[in-house]
Structures are given as C-alpha cells and as structure tokens.
Design a protein around this ligand. Structure first.
Ligand code: PLP
Length: 399
C-alpha cells in the first residue's frame, strides 16, 4: 500500500463528470436495446465538418512541416504572433481593443478555465448556478471556498451583484450562458465590472459562445469600460469554428491586471504556461488564423446559422407542446422546464426510455438547474427533426 498523500479535495467532487455519467447511462441503455436508434442532443459537441478555408490552411501548414526549410519545432507557449494578431483584429471588428501581447493561445477553453486557478490564491469564488460545471469542479479541486449565485426564471437566469455586500470574490461569468442561453446586455455586464472594481474582485469571463449572439449585446467583457483592470477573458474556436476535436482557444490576461502586493496576473499566467504548457501545434494555429479571415468568418457563420436553424426547430416543437423554455436565440442551447414536475434526471430517463433522445439534466449544472433540462442544437438537421418529432409524439401521447 502506498503511503503518499493525495489531494483530498477530490473527495468533494461528484463521483463522475456530468457527461461521463450521461455516457455511462446511454451505453447501458444501448447495450440493453441494440435495435433502438438513440439520438444525442446532450453533450455540446458540434457535428458539422471544419470550414473549407480552415482545412486548406491546415493542409498547407502540414506540408510546410514536411519540408526542411519550413519545418517548425516547439511553438511559443503563448501562441504564434500571427494568431495573436488575428485574434486582436477579431476583437476590433466588435469595436473592442485587446492588444495581441495580452492574448495567450491554448488548446481549449476548458484547459484555461481549469488551469487559471493555478495562479490564484485562497479566495472566495462566486459561481453562477446553473452554469458550465468546470468552474465549480476546478475550484473544489483546489479547496477554495465557493458561494453560489443562483439565477432563475424571475431574473431571466442572469444573476446580478445587487445583493452582494462588497466582499472580494473571484467571479465567474458565462455569457451567453451554458446551459441557459441567457446573455448579458451592456448594463448587466457594467454592473459586474463596477462591482469588481469597487470590491477589488477579479472576473473570469467565459465567452465561448460569443459567435452565437444575435443583436446588440457585448461579445466581450472588454466592451465595458474598466474591464481591463478587473477581468480575464477566455474564448474558444470550439463552437464558433467547429474546433472541438481540433483544439484551439485563447485567454486574455491584460497587462493592467495587478493585485495588492504588486503581482501582475499576466506575468504569472505567462510563467504558468511557460512551465506547464508547450503550445498548440502549428497546423492548428494556422487553421484558427484562417477561421478569423473574412472568408473564414463567413464560412464559420454559416455553421452557426445551421445550428441556429436546429434551435428554431426544437423551440417551435416545445411551443407546440406547451413546454416552457428559454435560450436558443443567442446560444445553441435550449433550456426547458421538465414537464409534469419531473426532476431533471427523471426527465432524462423518461426521454431516453420512451423516445431514445439524450439530453442533459439541468441538475448537472448546479442545484438551481434542478427541474430543468438542456437540449442542444449541435446535432444534424436530420437527427434534430427526427428527435423533435419523437418528442412531440411522446409529450402529446401523455405517457
Ligand atoms: N466554456 C464553456 C461555457 C463551454 O460550454 C465549453 C464547452 O462546452 C468550454 C468552455 C470548453 O471549450 P473547449 O472546447 O475550448 O475546451
């Protein structure tokens, strides 16, 4: 028996990650019913292939890697300048200034969200509920004190700092929100930036779904004055450009983020990445750069439009059967209230057993998600149509 000590904070985590739990249940069902076609509208994974301009750029880069003169070894751990410049220019399109030097390219927003806790000390962390579960789990792993900011139907699933008493927090904000699809307007985000500046708090802003925003909502926290003094932003090519399997994202840590005691978060993040990360592969960074050219943005917008048409199909079905829902406008997710007062896992089993549809129980996104359920529009059109037809028939049948 080993005598080493382990990180006992892991015992505070739920036994398995939400999507592993769902995968286990679906595999068990499929094994017991091999003849049934299960349709997955659960996990937030994309299904459309990469845009042609991205593939061409990656092919060209792969060929360069096969030629002595153009071969490249380790990339810079903070990303190639060509991609940092392209990301900075992408922000400019939305009227936001983010210097290329403050941008750190990474292999995923999940890595950045999970790793950022490395450079932070023992703060109280304020986490919205419901929300992407990685914020909670990565802070539990570090033994941090966590407070939940519960949001619900009455506030449009958009928590505000109104009831906070000026305490210093590390505040997580996800807009558009996964799973609810709620998106902050400028006034809503300004309230958070003002709170952070007054209380000496840090905001970690996750904008992984910014490309889905419809209408005049901020795509970045840096749209709000003063945010460069209190916020880190994490964004990803996963959903905007279909990079879930290709892996590329970025994290903005402004040079102006300084803490009492004279610590620069940018210097610390630089140091952390230089020690524990060896960068993203050259072909992937060239692909990501291509996704941010005019042509790339156009081709990727067509992917987003396709998913949003799926969202409309799901939304129309729910309206017809009288199920309350939100989202599906500035987000690929539809957040619905489980019918007949079912709990979210009860509704999960009900849908799997009676219609062979897989969704995500709202409870997996935090306690405030109990009684709700998330469907994604990332499936194929064909599967979305088939799943919604099954859903409509089931809910009308009254089973
Ligand atoms: N942030 C949010 C809110 C997400 O929903 C996801 C993935 O679903 C991620 C981050 C992870 O993105 P990536 O694929 O870049 O790791």
């Amino acid at each position: 028996m080993m005598k080493i000590k382990v990180n006992e904070n892991y015992s505070c985590l739920k036994e398995s990650y939400l999507f592993s739990e769902i995968g286990k249940k679906v595999r068990a069902y499929q094994e017991a019913h091999p003849d049934k076609k299960v349709i997955r509208l659960g996990i937030g994974d994309v299904t459309l292939p990469l845009a042609p301009v991205v593939v061409e750029a990656m092919e060209k880069a792969a060929r360069e890697m096969g030629v002595k003169e153009t071969f490249r070894g380790y990339p810079p751990e903070y990303g190639y300048d060509f991609l940092r410049e392209a990301i900075s220019a992408y922000y400019k399109r939305n009227g936001v200034t983010v210097p290329a030097g403050d941008i750190f390219v990474s292999d995923g927003a999940k890595s950045d969200v999970g790793n950022i806790v490395d450079i932070l000390g023992k703060n109280t962390v304020l986490i919205p509920s419901p929300v992407y579960p990685v914020y909670m789990d990565s802070n539990l792993m570090n033994g941090n004190r966590i407070e939940l900011l519960e949001a619900g139907e009455s506030d449009g699933f958009l928590g505000t700092p109104d009831l906070l008493d000026g305490e210093t927090y590390v505040i997580y904000i996800c807009s558009p929100n996964n799973p609810t699809g709620a998106v902050y307007d400028r006034a809503g985000l300004k309230a958070w930036v003002d709170y952070a500046l007054e209380s000496g708090s840090l905001i970690i802003f996750d904008s992984a779904y910014e490309a889905f925003i419809q209408g005049d909502y901020p795509h970045s926290i840096y749209d709000i004055e003063g945010a460069e003094k209190c916020a880190i932003e994490i964004c990803s090519f996963s959903k905007m450009s279909g990079f879930t399997g290709t892996r590329c994202a970025w994290c903005v840590v402004p040079a102006s983020l300084e803490t009492e005691g004279g610590y620069s978060l940018k210097k610390m993040w630089s140091r952390r990445q230089a020690t524990k990360f060896n960068g993203v592969s050259y072909p992937v960074q060239r692909g990501a750069e291509a996704a941010l050219t005019e042509e790339g943005i156009r081709e990727c917008a067509a992917l987003v439009e396709y998913y949003m048409e799926n969202a409309k199909i799901i939304a129309d079905t729910l309206r017809r059967v009288g199920v309350w829902f939100t989202g599906g406008v500035s987000s690929p997710y539809i957040w619905l209230k489980c019918p007949k007062g079912m709990s979210s896992w009860e509704f999960f089993d009900y849908l799997l057993e009676n219609a062979q549809i897989v969704g995500t129980p709202g409870e997996g996104f935090g306690e405030a998600g109990e009684g709700y359920f998330r469907l994604t529009s990332f499936g194929s059109r064909e599967n979305t149509i088939e799943a919604t037809a099954r859903l409509e028939a089931l809910l009308k049948s009254g089973v």
